[in-house]
Design a protein around this ligand. Structure first.
Ligand SMILES: Cc1cc2nc3c(=O)[nH]c(=O)nc-3n(C[C@H](O)[C@H](O)[C@H](O)COP(=O)(O)OP(=O)(O)OC[C@H]3O[C@@H](n4cnc5c(N)ncnc54)[C@H](O)[C@@H]3O)c2cc1C
Length: 457
């Protein structure tokens, strides 16, 4: 297929398509992947009158996405009216639990009243199959062209400069001044074209997820929810992910519950299989009752970049930009799992930079430099930098954080609330001693408090 691909007769009608497709025109930009980052870039450029083409390998946007997940919408709501978006539930409760492999759970739950009010802290569960299709439709309505079931297999260069893409369609070359690489975490095109290195093993997490169908009332009852309120539960400790560094999650949709685990691919490579880890997590006494009786309707696996700011590849090249997961823009550290907001923000900044560069009839690296500059000033790179130290610190302290601490907390609670004929003084002393013992005494506790002080700074 070429830019006039319809003439080859090879192009099947995509499910979503611009009302007035004109494959004879030269496109201003080609976007590889109609996920959140790609669609945000397409929307931003199409609104400014650029002729943009989104290429998506799935039968529709979102069909290939694996996601927990909570969609964070502060940037999306600046781009589109999200009142008509297919949201599942807003997040009314966040819960963090430590699980031991002995069946203990120690949990902290947060339900701030403010989250019940619009805009619900800009946090909603969504089914990506539905949401991404809706979002891409907004870009198509703004003038972008979307072609589905088309995989980009490589980039075309003219000397150093990227000038287009090769696809798996017959005669599948399409040329444009700029290519936006929005292909997600499995960024085979970017890696194949040497725009980024293959990430180090410790910079990638593997995630497996299942979706269980349950009726709405059952979900409301089990998670203490009403109306459109939803819950996001996060789990740590060896009861969640065994001997790996990572965590588990449970998110409520309207009529289903997503359950998954995500942990360093390095741990999977050392023999801890994702399937066995997920099975053990789902069987934990703290998790099993939440999904009891649910019908498994989906199983999927994916990778999550978690290398932070230091693992970000070059974001601009002559004729190309890299956005979203393909650029490693995910904050995944146990406390936060945020990639959706970063994907949209990066697509937006990339789109703006391309519009400005093409207005000067340029698409070289220097002309596109506003994109990394703006991203650097945004919450995306600032948040990644803020937590760059965290991932390594957690991994270094795995034994304490994932095994000793959850167990010590469970023992201390058992001791503190024990009903026998000893005094409360004795119980308090025993609980404190158990915690101090796990932390390495007062000195060890102070050292750890100092190490993690940046969580609050
Ligand atoms: C299990 C799991 C749970 C998560 N939970 C959360 C969460 O709760 N909250 C959160 O904010 N983030 C979460 N994330 C991260 C979040 O999903 C990503 O950060 C976000 O989807 C990135 O968007 P993207 O547009 O960059 O990539 P993607 O959403 O992956 O989109 C890439 C698109 O490109 C297409 N594509 C890929 N290669 C090609 C090709 N060669 N040709 C054509 N098309 C191609 C794909 O089909 C896909 O549609 C989670 C991730 C995982 C794996």
């Amino acid at each position: 297929m070429s830019a006039n691909g319809t003439e080859s007769g090879a192009l099947q009608l995509p499910k979503l398509q611009s009302e007035t497709p004109n494959y004879n025109d030269t496109y201003d930009a080609i976007i590889v992947g109609a996920g959140l980052a790609g669609t945000a870039a397409a929307l931003t450029m199409a609104r400014e009158g650029l002729d943009v083409l989104m290429l998506e390998r799935g039968p529709a946007p979102g069909t290939k996405n694996v996601f927990g997940g909570v969609l964070y919408t502060p940037t999306i709501r600046e781009l589109v009216d999200i009142d008509s978006a297919p949201m599942e539930r807003y997040i009314a409760e966040k819960r963090f639990s430590m699980l031991t492999s002995n069946g203990d759970e120690t949990a902290v739950s947060m339900r701030p009243g403010a989250w019940r009010d619009e805009p619900h802290n800009d946090s909603y569960t969504v089914l990506r199959r539905r949401f991404d299709e809706w979002f891409a439709k907004q870009a198509v309505e703004a003038g972008a062209t979307l072609i589905t079931e088309t995989t980009v297999t490589g980039l075309i260069r003219d000397g150093h400069k990227i000038v287009g893409v090769e696809t798996d369609r017959p005669d599948g070359e399409i040329r444009a001044p700029v290519v936006v690489l929005a292909e997600g975490a499995n960024s085979l095109v970017s890696e194949g074209a040497d725009l980024k290195d293959r990430p180090e093993r410790e910079e990638v997490a593997v995630s497996v997820k299942e979706v269980f169908k349950l009726d709405r009332e059952t979900i409301d009852d089990r998670f203490h929810l009403d109306g459109d309120a939803g819950a996001a539960y996060h789990y740590f400790g060896d009861g969640a992910v065994g001997e790996a560094v990572g965590g588990g999650f449970v998110y409520t949709n309207k009529r289903s519950v997503s359950v998954g685990v995500a942990y360093r691919i390095e741990d999977a490579a050392h023999g801890q299989t994702p399937e066995a880890t997920l099975n053990a997590f789902e069987s934990h006494p703290a998790v099993a009752p939440l999904i009891r009786g649910g019908r498994r309707i989906e199983y999927s696996a994916h990778v999550i970049p978690e290398g932070g700011a230091k693992a970000m590849p070059d974001l601009v090249h002559d004729g190309a930009v890299v956005v979203g997961d393909a650029a490693g823009l995910v904050l995944n550290n146990g406390v936060h799992l945020e990639g959706t907001n970063m994907a949209v923000e990066s697509g937006y900044h990339a789109g703006k930079a391309i519009v400005a560069a093409l207005a000067d009839d340029r698409s070289d690296e220097a002309a596109l430099a506003a994109y990394p500059r703006d991203l650097e000033d945004s919450f995306v790179v600032q948040n990644l930098r803020h937590y760059d130290w965290f991932q390594r610190t957690i991994a270094d302290d795995r034994q304490f954080l994932f095994e000793d601490l959850p167990r010590a907390l469970a023992d201390a609670e058992t001791e503190y609330f024990k009903m026998d004929r000893s005094s409360k003084d004795e119980h308090t002393d025993a609980a404190r001693d158990r915690l101090l013992d796990a932390a390495g005494g007062w000195f060890g506790a102070a050292k750890r408090a100092w190490r993690f002080r940046r969580m609050l700074s």
